[in-house]
Design a binder for this molecule. Structure first.
Ligand code: HEC
Ligand code: HEC
Length: 360
């Protein structure tokens, strides 16, 4: 007992307490930024507006290994909607990626060949703006949209085809034979199917209120949305959800922070694996992200209000709840209900319409 009151012990405890104080009492104070400062903050960290002209788009997104041309893009669009590329001729990319529904299917998990659900219970991410990501898929296993496009065609629980079958089916359609010849100068090849679809996906960018604000229109966003944007920029969301697509640029741990209370549940459910149990929601499907380390490609937040349910496994229905989880587990600073509302209001300004590029 005497030892406990030793001056060195007390000094140590006091220092530890002072050091930990900010994390015990997270500051709820938020800076108030003027419209100009808010805009500058975003722009200076590469949160840029979507290009509105085709020339600007090419600067941002053209792929030197797969240069965009009007004919290639048109062919890619046709293939994106082509059901012949699925075993039962009943599914296309557009079945799970509905462009007018936020670019996804609004299901908790994707349903493909013969009604098969994704075996990892994975949620379909949006294809809108996905070409802006540094890597594709929840675990970032494809480097770009061209590489990605080969995946779903072959997945047994999606379109369930062999590359050779795809080529044969398309070869039986004379119009495709001549279009591939025109665009690629060769007979139909699977690699070129992927390339045409990729070129088309590079044009699927959306523009909305957030872009208008970034381009100088202060009236494009409400005061509440601006407060939400301030939180997003100053509290750390932007650290992960960054760039023009507001996400898609890196792979990050989720959950990043753990709480003692998360582990308490394990006392009652000792079978739970230590990696999974503090997961803030049921880990349906057993998917553990990149290298099975609970690392996920940070999702793109453009059009997020239209792509419920959320997270890689579609476990959370409400955007509000997602924001609360993010603030608690990714920032270690749980937002108040008012702050959550403000951030949700900001996230809604990320909705947009497909830009109708004058493709040359
Ligand atoms: C059965 C539903 C289904 C079909 C059909 C489908 N997808 Fe997907 N798509 C998904 C799911 C689920 C994922 C996430 C899979 C993963 O991460 O492993 C995904 C991921 C993607 C991504 C990655 C987005 C990102 O930000 O990481 C793109 C791009 C995409 N699909 C485009 C396509 C294209 C192109 C086709 C057609 C060739 C297609 N999808 C067909 C369900 C589908
Ligand atoms: C440390 C990196 C990091 C930070 C900081 C972060 N996020 Fe996330 N966010 C992620 C990852 C990774 C996921 C995907 C998790 C999953 O699906 O399992 C995600 C998912 C989301 C989703 C769901 C997306 C979807 O399509 O399902 C939203 C919305 C979101 N975050 C908003 C925010 C907001 C708002 C903040 C700030 C309060 C924030 N995030 C802070 C990494 C981060």
């Amino acid at each position: 007992m005497k030892k406990l009151f030793h001056p060195i012990t007390i000094t140590f405890l006091v220092i530890t307490f002072i050091f930990l104080l900010p994390s015990i009492l997270p500051s709820k104070k938020v800076k108030v930024l003027t419209d100009d400062t808010l805009r500058e903050r975003a722009l200076s960290t590469n949160m840029l507006p979507t290009p509105k002209t085709y020339d600007e788009l090419l600067k941002v997104l053209d792929n030197p290994q797969n240069p965009m041309t009007a004919q290639k893009i048109a062919l890619g669009k046709e293939l994106f909607n082509e059901k012949l590329m699925s075993k039962d001729k009943d599914i296309s990319c557009a079945t799970c990626h509905l462009l007018d529904k936020g670019g996804d299917d609004n299901l908790p998990t994707a349903i493909g060949f013969h009604g098969r659900a994704n075996p990892f219970h994975l949620n379909s991410p949006t294809v809108l703006n996905s070409a802006l990501a540094k890597a594709e898929f929840w675990n970032a296993r494809a480097k770009d949209v061209e590489e990605q496009a080969g995946g779903p065609i072959q997945a047994p629980f999606e379109m369930n085809m062999k590359p050779q079958e795809v080529v044969e089916r398309l070869k039986a359609v004379p119009a495709y034979v001549s279009k591939f010849q025109e665009v690629f100068g060769t007979a139909i090849r699977f690699e070129n199917v992927r390339k045409a679809i990729g070129a088309y996906e590079r044009t699927l960018l959306t523009y909305g209120a957030y872009d208008e604000f970034l381009e100088g229109d202060n009236s494009a966003m409400s005061a509440k949305a601006k407060r939400g944007m301030t939180l997003f920029l100053t509290k750390g969301c932007k650290g992960c959800h960054s760039g023009m697509s507001v996400g898609g640029q890196s792979v990050q741990h989720f959950p990043l922070r753990r709480y003692f209370s998360d582990y308490v549940g394990m006392i009652f459910e000792p079978d739970l694996h230590i990696k999974e149990s503090p997961f803030p929601f049921a880990n349906e499907g057993g998917f553990l992200g990149k290298d099975d380390r609970l690392k996920f490609r940070v999702p793109i937040l453009r059009n997020i209000s239209k792509t419920a349910p959320y997270f890689h496994n579609g476990a959370i229905k409400e955007l509000k709840e997602v924001v609360r989880i993010m603030s608690k587990y990714q920032l270690g600073n749980e937002f108040t209900p008012k702050q959550i509302d403000e951030v949700v209001e900001f996230l809604k300004t990320l909705d947009g319409e497909l830009v109708e590029y004058e493709i040359k």
